[in-house]
Write a protein that binds this ligand. Structure first.
Ligand code: NAD
Length: 326
């Protein structure tokens, strides 16, 4: 029922995408998503160098014979990643899809496209989606204000952003931000997307390689429990409200914030330790408003099956009645 331009492009069963998740989207999670019929992207920057990414790609290939891709995020970082090296590792390992995110992938398009790799650019504004199409991206993933991580600076929700992006580009659109269940999938398709991306929902799955207490925190917290940090640096991040986030907000409220002022609190290394220890008060945990809809910790297989069953039921019960009544 849910074959779309995106399922055809990726060669997967369901139009459900697990986008890049820093420290979390590794071979264990991404292969589980792939085996469940979705499209998963391992996050390159989670691995210290291109060789480590290469190893993880090989590991993932042993865990699934289904398609999967690599996420490359171009945002400010405390360390300078070797982007050409990571791309070369993808090329050498026969990766067919790269999800870029954040800043424009334009400086790397020649290297990526000359290897025949398709680019799905994740962005947060219509104009960036238009630019992505212009520079040769094959699809865009448009991230609404509800999203975890970096939802941009313009605060437009998915309900508005997805149809406007659909109207503005002719390449396939993936709806991202606020999606966590079968109702969301039907809504994403109705808004003009060819599929939906989920991040936070995939962190609360059995296969996500994080401490159980992190997963439980996503179950226990609701849609109002996130805060936006780093707005003063125009690098906004939506995260679970906790004492570290409160501290960052307090520093930002003083004005003239520099990255050095908050780096000890927001650093990825600190976040990585938090994901391993399960101490949800010890770092910044990216989390979306869809936390309100996360009530359990299923396997990826159970999750995708449930989403598809729910989406089919919505189509049958709601739209079936509407069309039958005409
Ligand atoms: P990191 O330790 O290099 O930096 C920690 C945080 O500070 C990140 O959010 C980063 O964007 C921000 N930052 C660093 N230097 C900055 C500067 N000069 N100005 C403004 N903000 C600055 O980050 P990491 O945890 O190792 O992650 C690596 C990359 O992946 C970062 O670019 C990060 O933003 C990105 N990331 C993306 C998502 C997502 O949802 N797409 C989630 C987590 C991390």
């Amino acid at each position: 029922m849910f074959e779309t331009k995106i399922t055809k492009m990726f060669g997967v069963k369901y139009p459900i995408v697990q986008g890049g998740l820093m420290w979390i989207a590794n071979s264990q999670l991404t292969s589980a998503v792939a085996n469940a019929g979705g499209m998963g992207f391992m996050t390159a920057l989670s691995f210290p160098d291109p060789d480590a990414l290469r190893e993880e790609i090989r590991k993932c290939k042993k865990m699934t014979d289904k398609p999967f891709g690599i996420n490359l995020t171009f945002l400010p970082t405390l360390r300078q990643p070797d982007y050409p090296g990571y791309i070369q590792a993808c090329i050498d390992e026969g990766i067919k899809f790269i999800e870029t995110a954040g800043r424009s992938p334009e400086p790397y398009m020649d290297q990526i496209k000359s290897a025949g790799i398709r680019v799905i650019h994740k962005c947060t504004t219509v104009r960036h989606a238009v630019k992505a199409e212009k520079i040769g991206c094959d699809a865009v993933s448009i991230d609404g204000f509800e999203a975890a991580g970096h939802p941009g600076e313009e605060d437009v929700t998915s309900l508005i952003l997805v149809p406007l992006t659909r109207d503005a580009v002719s390449i396939p659109v993936i709806a991202s931000g606020g999606f966590a269940d079968g109702r969301g999938l039907v809504a994403a398709l109705a808004l003009g997307a060819e599929g939906m991306n989920m991040g936070t929902r995939f962190v609360a799955t059995k296969e996500a390689p994080v401490h159980e207490k992190i997963k439980q925190a996503l179950v226990d917290h609701g849609e109002t429990d996130t805060r936006l940090i780093m707005r003063s640096l125009r690098n906004t991040e939506r995260a679970l409200k906790n004492p570290v986030v409160d501290k960052v907000l307090e520093i930002e409220s003083r004005g003239n914030t520099k990255i050095e002022d908050i780096a000890p609190y927001v650093s990825g290394d600190r976040g990585k330790k938090m994901l391993e220890s399960g101490d949800t008060d010890s770092g910044v945990l990216s989390a979306g408003q869809c936390m309100g809809m996360i009530r359990d910790i299923p396997s990826c297989g159970q999750l995708l099956e449930r989403i598809i069953n729910e989406a089919e039921a919505v189509v049958r019960e709601k739209f079936g009645k509407i069309t039958a009544g005409r």
